[in-house]
Design a protein around this ligand. Structure first.
Ligand code: FES
Ligand SMILES: [Fe+2]
Length: 464
């Protein structure tokens, strides 16, 4: 349980808040490059600030305060010029640093432009996303994590806008325990209501619930703990009767990278890797991104991508019903189902919340560091450090080459079998947010080709 004051301190991200000051030490994604390509001027909200992002005709990005300094016209209606953004009302022209280049309806000798300047922030492009830094100078480096810059992989971004505070999303990152009921029992119930629930023993929800009833019968329970590393932590997990040296307890799963990135599969084998990011738009809105990166084995040709495709998916169906028959849909309803900013003074935490508590502690410590004038974790100033080829966290298996069936199936039944139809008659890819990928059908096809290739390899090696 935390006090009301602490709940406020940990959750609010506006300009004059302690957590807002911490968040302003990091680069944040603010817009998909694909969105900006459709319309080069976009209204943006990030950390409670209203801004306008544009790309001028010279290709330069700018991020400005949303209102014109003349008479407060919203700059989302601005016109991108060769250099800068022109307010559509009386034509004042701004450059990327917020300087006024022209006030065309004023006399040439007017000095307005010499002493008025609009607030502006640095922006950069990486991995199909536009990133912004809203904090104090000197501006740190934008860390180039593995999946954003990986070559030869196929990428897709699936996004949602959630009506809740970012910390609820982040706490779920530490909470491995939720998967048992949220992605097991609720999944079964959602399919039951659709008339699609089967006994398919391989299906994630059935396997999960079978495992849980086995635990209950044996009188054991799942245990969790943070396993800290230089960027955050992984989630150590075991069953209560397992030994202290169980690998999953020592190494942990799914790294949490401070402040809000969750990694699935970095440093491991398998086709599909992803990041999930819960970006604080304001105190009660979170922009959630699942950043998918598929790496297929040599011999499976992937088409060249013209940018990273981006899709924003509504939370409910056209009939207004919550979509609960896929994993991320279940996660998201849990996040905003806790309320806009959940009242943590009312909660009753148990042993299964160990990593949730660990994240809150880490957050509190980092807020304190910034409050005391220090530099929080994961702020990079040395190019050799920020330009990492991979998110280097301990992993159970390390990188392994493809070409062996083990490598594919190690990614898990669902992940490895997206191209197959379940007993319920649906493709396994539809069980998670991948179903919304703009190139979903192509991904299914590439999985099928991978399996064909592995079959061929296997047949050849058994002949040898
Ligand atoms: S309000 Fe923008 S130029 Fe007048
Ligand atoms: Fe989940």
């Amino acid at each position: 349980m935390v006090s009301t004051e602490e709940n406020e301190r940990l959750t609010r991200v506006g300009p004059d808040t302690p957590c807002g000051a911490l968040m302003r030490r990091y680069w944040h994604p603010i817009c998909a490059e694909a969105t900006l390509r459709k319309n080069p001027v976009q209204p943006i909200k990030i950390l409670g600030e209203q801004l306008v992002l544009y790309r001028d005709r010279g290709g330069r990005l700018g991020l400005l305060h949303h209102r014109c300094a003349h008479r407060a016209m919203h700059l989302m209606f601005g016109v991108p010029e060769e250099e800068g953004l022109r307010c559509c009302y009386h034509g004042w022209l701004y450059d990327h640093a917020g300087h006024i280049l022209e006030t065309p309806l004023e006399p040439v000798e007017s000095h307005i432009k010499d002493h008025v300047r609009l607030k502006a922030y640095p922006v950069q492009e990486m991995g199909g996303l536009i990133w912004a830094y809203l904090g104090p100078e000197p501006v740190p480096l934008l860390p180039r994590w593995d999946l954003y810059v990986r070559e030869g992989s196929f990428r897709q971004i699936v996004a949602h806008r959630l009506p809740c505070n970012w910390l609820q999303v982040m706490e779920n990152r530490g909470d491995l325990a939720h998967a048992i009921y949220l992605h097991g029992r609720l999944f079964q119930y959602a399919l039951e209501r659709q008339g699609r629930l089967t006994d398919d023993s391989q299906a994630r929800y059935n396997a999960t619930m079978r495992q849980q009833s086995d635990r209950l019968q044996r009188g054991v329970y799942p245990q969790y703990r943070p396993v800290y590393n230089e960027f955050g932590f992984t989630k150590g997990n075991r069953e209560s009767d397992q030994p202290d040296d169980a690998t999953s307890w020592i190494i942990g799963a799914n790294p949490v990278l401070f402040p809000y990135l969750l990694g699935f599969g970095p440093g491991s084998v398998g086709i599909r890797k992803s990041y999930q990011l819960g970006i604080p738009v304001d105190d009660t809105t979170t922009w959630h991104l699942q950043y998918f990166c598929y790496t297929f084995p040599e011999g499976v040709e992937i088409p060249e991508q013209d940018g990273v495709p981006y899709v924003e998916v509504p939370l409910t169906s056209e009939q207004g019903e919550y979509t609960l028959d896929y994993v991320l849909g279940q996660d998201m309803v849990a996040w905003y189902g806790q309320g806009e900013i959940t009242d943590r003074t009312k909660e009753h935490l148990g042993q299964s919340d160990a990593c949730v508590v660990a994240y809150r502690q880490l957050l509190g410590e980092q807020i304190d560091i910034v409050g005391a004038g220090g530099e929080p974790m994961n702020v990079f100033r040395d190019a050799a450090q920020s330009d990492r080829p991979e998110l280097r966290i301990p992993s159970r298996t390390g990188y392994e080459p493809f070409g062996r069936r083990g490598a594919l199936s190690a990614a898990g039944f669902y992940r490895a079998n997206y191209h197959r139809v379940s007993e319920g008659g649906w493709l396994y890819i539809d069980d998670d947010a991948d179903r919304y990928c703009p190139d979903r059908d192509l991904i299914v096809e590439l999985y099928r080709k991978t399996e064909e290739l592995l079959d061929k390899d296997e047949a050849q090696s058994s002949r040898r």
